[in-house]
Design a protein around this ligand. Structure first.
Ligand SMILES: Cc1ncc(COP(=O)(O)O)c(C=O)c1O
Length: 379
């Protein structure tokens, strides 16, 4: 399908092309110096004391994160009700029990600290939060709860590169943060991720878990710096490769500027949509820090048929998405999770509009006028 406005477009140029060509020409494409450099740059971005372990996806980062935080079979982990299903899948993968916490309100879709606290039982071991769309959760309140109840805090920062909570970088409040560099993320490498921490022991454990629990890196083995190795704990092959690490280095350099353009686009959307009948704008008056405007979610009023709006927009050449279907609607979780009414409501009425740094003002305006026509013709 030829879209007039795609949901997402890569913010790639000559630098990304050159980075991949240079990597291939170097003759070394599995984890090596570029990965080390990407990790160093990302650690510097997070700040003093933080270290990142680059991995093959955000899900791999989350999986390593829950293992490193010692989540065992039967442990409960409080997770967002409005999130990508990976947050629950990784808890299930280690035998844990995901317990959903609802969002705050229909205009602030962050996890509700009050509901987090209400869901704590004697079996709760950790709270896994997501900074939805790059808007910070209420970190003061959440950190106070995890501190008071002695719970681990894992931050799903898939949406968070470049964003902060009142000046403090997202991903620096808990034990572990997990980042995704999937195609449409603010740092985009195709498939990739990072797990980061300021705790030296957790860092070591994450490094082992990334590569089969082995005590030496591939580079050391191949370059002859290590003849043999030990396996300290069963791990995985969650390694990133050098092409993606090279892309990550370039994308991280472009992050601040790209996020500024995302902000301009979001503000234009807000201005265009604020008086549009049938549309509610979440996070419009957000005050908990600097967002990174990862996606452009809107809420359609209850009486509007979202399916028809999506279809109408598709026919007019505008690609949209949904973030996210209700966890309760998935077969694997239907029986397992309890109702979270506000998140379920958002799941049924949310629509995500196109947003990417190279989007033009005209494209934003076209999406908005198309949405207006779609709303009129479906009401
Ligand atoms: C909120 C959230 N968590 C986790 C993930 C998983 O990341 P990945 O697709 O890199 O495995 C994603 C990405 O799609 C996400 O949006």
């Amino acid at each position: 399908m030829d879209w007039k406005v795609q949901f997402f477009k890569l913010n790639y140029g000559e630098e990304e092309l050159q980075a991949v060509v240079d990597t291939i020409e170097s003759g070394w494409i599995t984890m090596g110096q570029r990965t080390i450099d990407f990790e160093a740059a990302f650690s510097a971005y997070l700040g003093e004391g933080y270290r990142g372990v680059a991995v093959s996806s955000g899900t791999a980062a989350l999986h390593i994160g829950v293992i490193a935080c010692d989540i065992h079979p039967g442990d409960e982990v409080i997770v967002p009700a409005l999130t990508f299903v990976a947050d629950l899948n990784v808890v299930r993968a280690v035998g844990g029990i995901p317990v959903l916490a609802d969002i705050k309100s229909l205009t602030d879709w962050s996890m509700d600290p009050k509901d987090i606290e209400a869901k704590i039982t004697k079996n709760t071991k950790a709270v896994l939060i997501v900074h939805y769309a790059g808007y910070a959760c209420d970190m003061e309140a959440i950190s106070e709860i995890t501190g008071k109840h002695n719970l681990k805090l894992i931050e799903d920062c898939a949406h968070a590169p470049g964003a902060d909570y009142k000046g403090k970088k997202l991903g620096t409040s808990g034990e572990i943060s997990a980042w995704s560099f999937f195609t449409n993320k603010n740092i985009s490498v195709g498939e990739g991720g990072m797990v980061a921490t300021s705790d030296p022991e957790l860092y070591e454990r994450c490094r082992y878990l990334r590569s089969h629990g082995m005590t030496v890196a591939t580079l050391d083995r191949i370059k002859g710096r290590a003849e043999t190795y030990d396996v300290v704990e069963p791990g995985f092959n969650y390694r990133i490769d050098e092409m993606r690490a090279a892309l990550g280095i370039v994308q991280l350099k472009k992050l601040e500027e790209a996020n500024k353009r995302r902000e301009e686009i979001t503000r234009r959307y807000f201005a265009n949509l604020q008086d549009m009948d049938g549309v509610i704008l979440p996070f419009k008056d957000f005050e908990r820090g600097l967002p990174n405007y990862h996606i452009m979610p809107i809420l359609l009023r209850e009486e509007i048929d979202r399916g028809k709006v999506i279809q109408n927009m598709k026919e007019a050449g505008i690609q949209t998405s949904i973030h996210y279907p209700a966890i309760q609607s998935f077969k694997a979780y239907r029986e397992l999770v309890k109702p979270t009414p506000k998140a379920q409501y958002v799941s049924e009425h949310e629509l995500t509009l196109p947003l990417y740094p190279t989007m033009t003002d005209n494209e934003v305006d076209l999406v908005c006028t198309t949405l207006q026509h779609a709303l009129i013709s479906t009401s």
